[in-house]
Ligand binder design. Structure first.
Ligand code: AMP
Ligand code: ZN
Length: 469
């Protein structure tokens, strides 16, 4: 398996620290509002990364944080006459609603920054003790000049960064690149006691502390959106490596931006759609499909047209699964025909190709394409002029399900409810056939099956009528 590593700018063979195990950390949302469709991109992609690693047999420990102390949360609380805790609890709940809607599984741990104060204060103190940080009037800054590899992750030289940085004469910082580890409390703001007075953590330190606490000093994969590479991830590397004297993360994965009219979708530009609104228009499952149809590192443009393509694709997949489920239950032939066996044997190649493309830097776009080729082949093998057998339908269904589940594409598939009419009409026709064949036992069995589905039959002179109870 190969992954593109932002740190080296190359695709590299993935070798976990411990065989069979993956430690994965993804920076999560700052919880001051509903998430927008841009935020949904890493949420969905790294959920699929986790599923794929598990599919390949790895035991994955996946940590994603909630930043629940931040200026934006405090501003909103002040505007609404609320508290930071109330605002963040509310939007954590809204995040879970959207994540669940999108078919995103919960991480192994979802720590919150406010629960990490002891660890954060201890880490900041250690950085001061080691000479990597200094205090100025209750604020604590990281001394970037002391961390020699600063800039390596994002491919920048400290000198160049300094040349472009604005000097804030009032901050008391030794260098404009130094960043806050701890901020002294301003009146009316939530704060925690610390050796440097009451205050709250800077943004970056929480991730370093959570990685240490839940995953250890060195992790396998650290991920997030491209905009986090600098300064957030660069600062995480500096803090963690200065603290632990060892490498922080072996592989850095960053997703490309979701844009509208070639501009990054973001709250600050005001060009965003919330996931909630987009889901109301297209369905949560469509948003998931839309994200997986392109490569995670490519830019992706949000457009109604592409979303409708995603929706149509998903419906094709649902229909194929629904047909196969119907055949698997109701097909008359129970023995596999020879040519069916040949097709089933060939299905394994789809799985091999799926693994091949996903192993090549997690190419979900090609993974989706492989699933659709498989669907096409299965559709033509089970077309109306064919008489597929039960085991054949079962085999095809299992093959499609296996791959689609890795991408989490069937989580919203409603199965029988999706198209009750088609299913019921099909069963009624099968029952009529059984009666014509004087196969009373089969006819009764089908009647019972319909009854279990809550469908009652009524034989009338005009034919069979049905109603749902
Ligand atoms: P935030 O709450 O702004 O820290 O963002 C949460 C996650 O969404 C981070 O991983 C960001 O990099 C990512 N993100 C934000 N906007 C976009 C976008 N337009 N396209 C892709 N990812 C984004
Ligand atoms: Zn982070």
């Amino acid at each position: 398996m190969k992954l593109y590593n932002t740190h080296t700018g190359q695709k590299e063979a993935f070798i976990p620290i411990e065989p069979g195990k993956v430690k994965l950390y993804v920076c999560g949302p700052t919880v001051y509002d509903f998430i927008h469709v841009g935020n949904a991109r890493p949420t969905i992609l790294f959920d699929v990364l986790r599923r794929y690693l598990e599919y390949r047999g790895y035991d994955v420990t996946f940590v994603q944080n909630f930043t629940d102390v931040d200026d934006k949360i405090i501003d909103r609380a002040n505007r609404e006459g609320s508290t930071m805790a109330e605002i963040s609890e509310r939007f954590i709940a809204e995040y879970y609603t959207d994540a669940e809607g999108l078919g995103v599984q919960k991480a192994t741990f979802h720590p919150k920054a406010t629960e990490q104060m002891d660890g954060i204060i201890a880490a900041v103190q250690t950085l001061i003790d080691k000479g990597f940080a200094y205090e100025v009037h209750g604020d604590v800054y990281f001394r970037t000049a002391k961390f020699e590899p600063y800039g390596n992750l994002s491919g920048q030289q400290l000198d160049d960064l300094l040349a472009g940085a604005r000097v804030d004469v009032n901050s008391g910082k030794e260098s404009p690149m130094d960043f806050a580890l701890w901020k002294s409390a301003k009146p009316g703001e939530p704060s925690w006691p610390s050796p440097w007075g009451d205050g709250r953590p800077g943004w970056h330190i929480e991730c370093s502390v959570m990685v240490n606490r839940y995953l250890g000093k060195t992790i396998d994969i650290h991920a997030g959106g491209q905009d986090l590479t600098f300064p957030h991830h660069e600062n995480e590397v500096a803090q963690s490596e200065a603290l632990n004297d060892c490498k922080f993360a072996n592989y850095w994965m960053h997703n490309g931006f979701l844009s509208i009219d070639n501009k990054k979708m973001s709250k600050s530009l005001g060009n965003f759609f919330t996931v909630r609104d987009a889901a109301a228009a297209y369905g949560y499952d469509t948003i998931r499909m839309f994200m997986l149809m392109s490569h995670y590192r490519s830019p992706l443009n949000y457009s109604g047209e592409i979303l409708m393509q995603a929706k149509a694709g998903l419906e094709r997949l649902y229909t194929a699964v629904e047909n196969l489920e119907f055949l698997a239950k109701n097909a008359e032939h129970t023995a596999l025909a020879e040519e069916e066996q040949t097709i089933l044997d060939g299905l394994a190649q789809y799985k091999d190709r799926f693994i091949q493309v996903m192993d090549d830097d997690f190419n979900t776009a090609d993974g989706v394409a492989v699933i659709f080729e498989l669907v096409r082949e299965v559709n033509s093998a089970t077309a109306a002029d064919k008489t597929p057998s039960k085991p054949f339908a079962e085999g095809c269904l299992a093959a499609i399900r296996e791959l689609a589940d890795v991408l989490g594409l069937l989580y919203a598939y409603g199965g029988e409810e999706v198209c009750l009419d088609t299913k019921v009409e099909g069963l009624i026709a099968a029952r009529q056939q059984a009666r014509t064949d004087k196969n009373w036992a089969e006819a009764d069995r089908i009647r019972d099956e319909l009854k279990d589905m809550g469908v009652l039959l009524e034989d009338t002179p005009q034919g069979v009528k049905w109603r749902q109870v």
